[in-house]
Design a protein around this ligand. Sequence first.
Ligand code: F6P
Length: 322
Amino acid sequence: MKLGVLTSGGDAPGMNAAIRAVVRQADALGHEVYGIYRGYQGLLDGDMAPLATRSCANILQRGGTILRTARCPEFHQPERRADAAGRLKAVGIEALVIIGGDGSFRAAEALSREHGIACAGIPGTIDNDLPGTDRTLGFDTALNTAVEAIDRIRDTASSHGRLFLVEVMGRSSGILAVHTAIACGAEAVLYPESPDDTYEALVSQLHANWIRGKRSSIVVVAEGDGVGNAMAVGARLEGDYGLDLRVVVLGHIQRGGSPSALDRIWGSRWGSEAVLRLARGERDFYLGEVAGAMAAQPISRVLDPHPVPAKDLGALVSVLAR
Ligand code: F6P
């Protein structure tokens, strides 16, 4: 069997572990793997080449993706997906392993439904916002990166007695923000799914902390929060209360760096499992971790509503900030 593997959407630490496992598990079973460069964009451009098992040496510990990645709005067009299917068929690629997030899996779902290309998805996004899996590659690393950065900010915040608003990624999801807030002992967190996600609630929380004697605070702000991003919320607080606050946007720092052990382990397990299942004739699924165990979902499950942060986590942030 000839397999294709691509990484698509935002890169995430652990993607290289998954590529390596796909290539080496396929090699162990006697299958051939083509690397498709720059995600679906590379597929449309025919940017692909065989990936030998030795070409995956020394990548397990590297962030980013050796296959490079891209966002490819063109792939929303049915005619372009037909072109992509034609490219795969011309090379004889029967099945595709897609390492990416929501948009990447939606594209895979369309490709398999419209053109019969067998697809296997490996969840890779720092946002951890896919239905049917408790984990996505990169989340654990990004979480630890954000926490490490905020620990440093904490030193200067408490030295100066300042308020810091720290923005973390997550697109429209607050999962990364809430976990970061718990792990760095933030005084408050703003995230889109929060039941009391208002400017007024934030102000009263900060005020209560001040009354309790707290002279510095860290507020974690999810980039997709409804109240505004960290810059906007900071400007409003400055304007309303004249606070000497600082804003830090962690940005793409969260996407880079050497993957955590867990991201390497799940990348390796999912890469291997994807190939084993395709070799058994299974198709159109994506892998995941549910309650600590390997899981698989039909690729169409990506169309389901996305997970939200566990209800108790947001409330826990304010209880623990007392
Ligand atoms: O989906 C991963 C992610 O890092 C989001 O958290 C963020 O909103 C987005 O990608 C940023 O995308 P880009 O790198 O294209 O600016």
